[in-house]
Design a protein around this ligand. Sequence first.
Ligand code: ACO
Length: 431
Amino acid sequence: MSEAQNVLLSDPASGKSVELPLIHGSVGPACIDIAALPKATGHFTYDQGFIATASCKSAITYIDGDAGVLMYRGYPIEQLAQHSNFLEVAYLLMNGELPNAAQFAAFDHEVAHHTMMHEAFRTFLFGFRHDAHPMAMLTGMIGSLAAFYHHGLDLEDPDMRRLAAIRLIAKVPTIAAACYRYSIGWPLRYPRNNLEYVDRFLHMMFEVPSEPLQLNPVVAKALDLLFILHADHEQNASTSTVRLVGSTGANPYACVAAGVAALWGPAHGGANEAVLRMLAEIGRPQDVGKAVERAKDKNSGFRLMGFGHRVYKNFDPRATIIRQMTHKVLAELGVNDPMLEVALKLEEAALKDEYFVSRKLYPNVDFYSGIIYKALGIPTEMFTVMFAIARTVGWVSHWLEQSAEHDSKIGRPRQVYVGATKRDFTPIASR
Ligand code: ACO
């Protein structure tokens, strides 16, 4: 980190000025530390949607949205996508370094041996309506882990914090698969610890008692890659939610359940499901033009799902990788999906259109992921659940980082109050 400098801020109305320190990260733009502002000037800052505000310091993930760069712990996403696997990336995000062979084997073993759920979990799951959305069930089930594991959880103890993180990484796939199987009326499957992380999940999802499951290595490899690409993305809405809840000292299961709830929205992780529904609604490549026109019309309430990003004002590097793999995976699986043709036409039309070009709206990670999930046999309602499985690794890494800070503060934004000014209470009879 380079040496801090100060920025002088003057308020002509009051004649007051304040010197605010500039904070430099290891790479990326400097940030003005505004904490001294209210005391010095009596003003707060207003930044709806955190367009210009960093909420924390973090050493986990770096994004340069203008250059289309994404790095986990300094490693470019392209290199991790090509050479690593999801569990190794999980270790990297949690611990800061890539594991050696012995460390990886120990981590793999540890995750595999925390995949089981308490049997009472079944009773709880079976209380949901059979047609509940899996994301609703996932939110509730992960929240319920707080009830199973709250006792004896000392958040001051780094080993206990780490154990909670491992439990979440290990159990979320078990819960996710159970939610799916319950929703389709299949018997729940226990995790098989002799399988690798992704294979184990696929087994829990798709194995039926009546016949052995032949796992397709193409499917497992593609899913592993999708998990790597979704593992973390610095202070996105769900991770910020996890950190905000974590800042209160809440237990990690509650924090991650809050993250899952935030992820579900269509402006965030829910977009992958929304993309597929949108492509199905457009239906034919020749109708793409109408959809683009509708997306440009602010009164239509319709946006191109899978397009645009708060941080990327250039291609989302994850979308570039997924785009390439979509063609490969579909070819390898022998899938001919008409949705892909609609998606390609839509991408082409939007990238040529002045509206999208001038606003720097490019396809994001969710634009193609739904098409691959579909080809892999993942039901549409499970798309955001898949995202949640991968992002659990990011959430727990951020929670661990935050929990280890000695100077952490409760997250408590201010507001611009626009309501009624002071008025006197009128008894109900006189209203
Ligand atoms: N379709 C049409 N217009 C769009 C779209 C879109 N997908 N996205 C943004 N715009 C327009 C806005 O209307 C706005 O236009 P204006 O300047 O004329 O008012 C301009 O582009 C900027 O958009 P904002 O909403 O201000 O951008 P913001 O950074 O707040 O939102 C977001 C980013 C939420 C991702 C937005 O682009 C969007 O809604 N995209 C569709 C949903 C989606 O794909 N979400 C997944 C994001 S990736 C992820 O979370 C994993």
